[in-house]
Design a protein around this ligand. Structure first.
Ligand SMILES: [Zn+2]
Ligand SMILES: [Zn+2]
Length: 238
């Protein structure tokens, strides 16, 4: 499997459409920064790097958070006591959300296919008005809104178009599912790396413990006495 680059992700048309249409062009810039960072980024850093006002950043992040496309953590700023929010992108959730939007539309179309009557009807394309034969006859087969002549349309022809649309949606979903799988694979690989790093640290700690020493993460230093851990760090801070 290949990793998904930011460009590969954003070139998927439905994803770009979702971001631009629902959230605006600015969302693309923020998604790019978050995707490449792959960690929590504070809203001030986001504002600084994107040139977008911090309030706009925040409101866009809230919108993404509604669909769990981003996660956040917050830290209290010491001097002023307010909260600083940091955001992390969840790319799989972004793709899942877009898949869901397409699936919902697809279900609507499938429903209309099932519930549609088999009879021919009269249709005005301009006004999107549909009339059954008896009704259309009352209006002398002209549109009640624009008075243009209505055309006879068979559901068969219309259904063919709907089926084509459903087909296209299926293809989009399949492509997005593949991207999602690759993103999940990337995340799994990242976690595996993190697990290995922790295991290595743990092994080093145990090796020290065997020698009767204790590893102190605060100062990245081994101590002979356990009681020294977490204490008197100023002494060996240099
Ligand atoms: Zn009309
Ligand atoms: Zn120490």
């Amino acid at each position: 499997m290949r990793p998904v680059t930011y460009l590969a992700l954003i070139r998927k048309k439905p994803i770009k459409e979702f971001l631009v249409e629902k959230l605006g062009e600015e969302a693309l810039i923020l998604i790019e920064i978050l995707y490449k960072a792959n960690k929590f980024v504070s809203e001030f850093t986001l504002a600084e790097r994107s040139g977008i006002y911090v309030n706009t950043v925040r409101s866009l992040m809230y919108k993404l958070y509604e669909h769990k496309i981003v996660n956040y953590n917050r830290q209290r700023e010491k001097t002023r006591g307010w909260y600083i929010y940091s955001w992390k992108l969840n790319p799989e959730k972004l793709v899942s959300h877009v898949i869901k939007l397409i699936s919902d539309k697809k279900k609507e179309l499938e429903h209309s296919l099932r519930t549609q009557s088999k009879d021919e009807y009269f249709y005005c394309k301009k006004c999107d008005v549909k009339l059954q034969f008896a009704e259309a006859m009352e209006y002398n087969f002209s549109c009640p809104q624009c008075f243009e002549q209505m055309t006879v349309t068979s559901p068969v022809k219309e259904n063919k178009e709907i089926k084509q649309q459903i087909n296209k949606m299926d293809k989009k979903i399949t492509r997005l599912e593949k991207v999602k799988k690759r993103l999940e694979w990337m995340e799994e690989k990242r976690r595996e790396k993190e697990r290995k790093r922790r295991a290595k640290e743990e092994a080093e700690r145990k090796a020290l413990a065997k020698k009767g020493m204790y590893y102190c993460t605060k100062c990245d230093h081994a101590h002979k006495k356990k009681s020294k851990i977490g204490k008197k760090h100023k002494k060996h801070a240099k």
